[in-house]
Design a protein around this ligand. Sequence first.
Ligand code: B12
Length: 212
Amino acid sequence: MADLQALVDALTESKRDVVEQVTTLTQAAMDQGVNAKEILQDGLIGGMMALGVRFKAGEAFIPEVFMAARAMNVGMEMLEDKLIEAGVEPTATVVLGTVKGDMHDIGKNLVAMMFTGAGLKVVDIGVDVPAEKFVEACKAEDAAICAMSALLTTTMPRIAEVIAACKEAGLTVKTLIGGAPITQAYADEIGADGFAPDAASAAEKAKELIGV
Ligand code: B12
């Protein structure tokens, strides 16, 4: 009997050997004929979301999330062929970047990992990204969510510019914003569809915004 709970626990605890644990447990589940979608959903995504809860509660820290994300990627690569065969596709695409003038990306990268962990396709367009590039990427990728990070009080207004540019381009994307100086009140003020204070809540909020 495949032990998907062990996969969840390995990611949730994210010990030093999490990559090896996830590799072994994913292989074992595959060998036992558990379908790839179940391994992904009930094992890998379940574990990553549970780690997100620990991270939010201050019980897990950035290195654990990075290691778990690496393990998650290894597990997803192992399942890739089977997932394609089964026609499992990411639920939606998120374009994610740090706004123009801002080079901070540690938080953005964590958010990207939690998005991937939640089964979303992430198109990371990097740092110092002007509004037109957000719009271009959202169009090209047919994104459901345009997610923006800002860490400086001086770059916060760039978020409003991206939101305005998306509207002007006629895009129907949901906008999701975050970063240390950002608050729900600021999101309301500039008309963003969603705000989240940390990576775990960001994944939950993204799913809520698109109803998955
Ligand atoms: C690391 C760091 C840097 C590094 C960045 C390295 C990198 N690759 O990112 C370097 C050294 C390059 C840097 C440079 C600068 N920095 Co700096 N930096 C920081 C520092 C210490 C930590 C930021 C960080 O990574 N935190 C850890 C992550 C995990 O947290 P986070 O970013 O907040 O992200 C979480 C949430 O906010 C949220 N989130 C983040 N993005 C998103 C996006 C979405 C869509 C959602 C939903 C959620 C979300 O989820 C994340 C994960 O939980 C902060 C201090 C601080 N306490 O924030 C200062 C800080 C942000 N920096 C500051 C400053 C002033 C600068 C500089 C201007 C300094 C200078 N004079 O050169 C430059 C600016 C460069 C530029 N143009 O961007 C100030 C900003 C002050 C202000 N009010 O604007 C801070 C607050 C330090 C301070 N107290 O003065 N910095």
